[in-house]
Design a protein around this ligand. Structure first.
Ligand SMILES: NC(=O)c1ccc[n+]([C@@H]2O[C@H](COP(=O)([O-])OP(=O)(O)OC[C@H]3O[C@@H](n4cnc5c(N)ncnc54)[C@H](OP(=O)(O)O)[C@@H]3O)[C@@H](O)[C@H]2O)c1
Length: 246
């Protein structure tokens, strides 16, 4: 008997949940619980951290999970590290469902940086208007460059004061399109874009808009996660689930 745990928080995870539900598969969907109203899934859903590797191992055992698909965001590296370790120790098959990283295209002006601190350093000294398209985590580092005006796009209205002295907040949930992102960036007079290399189509409109406006992009490369079987295609993940003994 197969019972799959889907670690979610991405459009890939939602697509997988739909496919599993339509196939009548026994599966559980897991959210970290970062957003106030997460997208509803057609699978039984749990919300919240497991309690590290040990908590995850206990969950896998108690719920008789036979397969795990890590469909978290490429920057959710802690969760991905934990699940590699937990599955290895429990002898459970694991695969990642992950969209390929974005590549710079002709006309793009990208500075690749390794992490948030390097992204802060990559911004200019002179005041600029920066679209900080990195979600609500990791904003504090940018307080080191308070001369800039930051545009934030968040899923939920911020519950507490933001750590940035000059900022505007746009409340919106993707997917986004190029015309909308172009208009947004023009409306706010954006001069620089900071982005995580999330990959995928839903969030790539800002890159096309920046290209159209000839704006420099500070692109934060993906964090390292331990090697695991990785697929970029839903059909491949489903085939893996059907053909991998639990
Ligand atoms: N990081 C991003 O840029 C980003 C962007 C879009 C969506 N997301 C989604 O937001 C969630 C949190 O991302 P993050 O960067 O904070 O992750 P993270 O730093 O890798 O994870 C921190 C902790 O959050 C819990 N967690 C993360 N994903 C979980 C899941 N799907 N189900 C249950 N617990 C989970 C785990 O807690 P325990 O150790 O207690 O188990 C994990 O150790 C992920 O599900 C991710 O797919 C993240």
């Amino acid at each position: 008997m197969t019972r799959t745990l889907v670690l979610g928080g991405t459009t890939e995870a939602s697509r997988l949940a739909k496919a599993l539900a339509e196939a009548g598969e026994d599966a559980v969907f897991s959210y970290a619980g970062r957003t106030a109203s997460p997208v509803e899934q057609p699978l039984p859903t749990r919300v919240g951290g497991f309690g590290g590797v040990e908590g995850l191992q206990a969950y896998l055992r108690d719920e008789a999970i036979s397969h795990v698909v890590d469909a978290t965001h490429p920057f959710a590296a802690q969760m991905s590290r934990n699940v590699v370790q937990a599955c290895a120790e429990a002898g459970l098959p694991l695969c990642a469902f992950e969209r390929p990283a974005w590549q710079a295209a002709k006309g793009d002006d990208w500075s690749h940086v390794a992490d948030i601190d390097a992204a802060v350093q990559a911004l200019p000294k002179a005041p600029a208007r920066v679209f900080l398209a990195i979600g609500k985590q990791n904003l504090a580092g940018f307080a080191a460059k308070p001369q800039h005006h930051y545009l934030l796009r968040l899923v939920d209205a911020p519950a507490a004061d933001l750590p940035l002295p000059q900022c505007s907040v746009e409340i919106a949930r993707g997917p986004f399109d190029e015309a909308g992102d172009l208009a947004l960036m023009q409306r706010h007079g954006i001069t620089h874009l900071v982005s995580k290399n999330a990959g995928g189509r839903g969030a790539s409109a800002k890159l096309a808009a920046a290209r159209a406006l000839n704006l420099p992009i500070v692109m934060i490369d993906r964090p390292q996660v331990p090697p695991r079987m990785t697929y970029g295609d839903l059909a491949e993940v489903m085939a893996w689930l059907f053909h991998t003994p639990g």
